[in-house]
Design a protein around this ligand. Sequence first.
Ligand code: AMP
Length: 365
Amino acid sequence: MIRRRIGVLGGGQLGQMLGQAGVSLAAEFIFLDPAETPSARHVGRHLRAGFADAAGAATLAAACDVVTYEFEHLDLPTVQAIATTTEVHPSPRALKIVQDRIRQKEFLAAAGIAIAPFAAITSAADLTAAVATLGTPCLLKTARDGYDGKGQRLIRDPLHAAAAWAELQQQRCVLETFVTFSRELSLVSTRGRDGAVVFHPLAVNHHRDGILRLSRAPAPDVTAALQTQAETMARRLLNELAYVGTFTIEFFHVGDALIVNELAPRVHNSGHWTIEGAVTSQFENHVRALMGLPLGDPAATGHAAMVNIVGTFPDRHRLLALPGVHLHDYGKTERPGRKLGHVTIVDPTASGLEQRLAAVLALIE
Ligand code: AMP
């Protein structure tokens, strides 16, 4: 059975790119989103409702063969209610684990995956004890709703722990050791309904103010052993979750090893390069998995870089006059720290990519 009618919780840029990928497979999308003009409205129907709106969720479920989501900060009971009538992928169990940092860390630890030492924090006493055990510097992160570096405090001195927790409104948190890494890498993979798994090459990611600015893929200087290390972890987690769809792991690269920073149960910003830079994109493979179709080749077709457009939009004429530039405009109004679009460039050679990238960065930075 081919499931053509796909419901998506969230109609932002990830929904927009999912919809674009789905057009060529004759998928039909409905995006549930409370915004008046969500980015994805041009590539499917827009059902305007809140994410915890039971009636909206029921309407979506009734109109679709399968429901997915483009962000994880969802109301779990609403997603579980949808799943009583309509398939939801990734599963509500995967969502429940990943959307909460405490559950996510405990899941990773139980699966034997390398992570930074951590402690669950639910009281001031927990925090005092954990700072003493883990030492400083360490990072306090809210268990829920953190993204783009929001909801995090670096604790350099035990004396500052109480203030950090107060700033985070004494919410449930995780405390983790500060990792001294050489770089940040991410692996985007997709698991199909038949259990087949495909992996894109690792990407290297550069953040500023907690926001992803630049990814290069395939990441330079990745040995076959390192790629295999990442894939082995991903396969174990995907199989353990009986996962269907695209899945992202963000890693810290330390020496020859990978330490998992966090998981995302969805297509990911660090995989946007795959639209023009891979045989099959992360978005198309997610749609294929939802529809029950075979997954496509995830291999890179050249050297790719993806640059996020954050806060203010550069001159579109000058940007598009650069050779080889692929612009993705999310149609959003400018706001400091907001992701408004991205640019991807692909070149047959690493040096050629760097030349093109320098020209793009000169306009975007
Ligand atoms: P996150 O929201 O957990 O992905 O964190 C955002 C960014 O903060 C990461 O991309 C890292 O650059 C940095 N970061 C997060 N956790 C740690 C850690 N344990 N040690 C060092 N840097 C971290």
